[in-house]
Design a protein around this ligand. Structure first.
Ligand SMILES: [Zn+2]
Ligand SMILES: [Zn+2]
Length: 97
């Protein structure tokens, strides 16, 4: 026994079917590609997906860490240099009251 597809009301379907093949195909086409978990692209390179909880990809995170380490090192060097009184003759002059 045939009846009309309730969705498109164009094609006939068998009594035990809920929709015609056209509608079934349409539906599976719409639902098949499962909504991918939203991938945020790396804000740095924009080529790789960012790691969860970050806005940078693994590569850029590594790079960022490397840069951060370099900066820490640079800061240390700078601090060391600042502590060294290279110019010792600052207070010698100007004391001529
Ligand atoms: Zn249909
Ligand atoms: Zn990146």
């Amino acid at each position: 026994m045939l009846k009309k597809c309730p969705i498109c009301e164009l094609n006939y379907i068998h009594g035990n079917e809920t929709m015609c093949r056209v509608c079934a195909a349409e539906r599976s086409r719409r639902h098949a590609p499962k909504a991918e978990p939203e991938v945020i692209m790396c804000s740095e390179c924009g080529e790789n997906p960012a790691l969860p909880g970050h806005d940078l990809c693994e590569e850029c995170l590594k790079e960022q860490k490397r840069q951060a380490n370099l900066e820490v090192l640079a800061d240390k060097v700078r601090a060391d240099e600042a502590e060294d009184p290279l110019e010792e003759d600052i207070s010698e002059d100007g004391d001529d009251e």
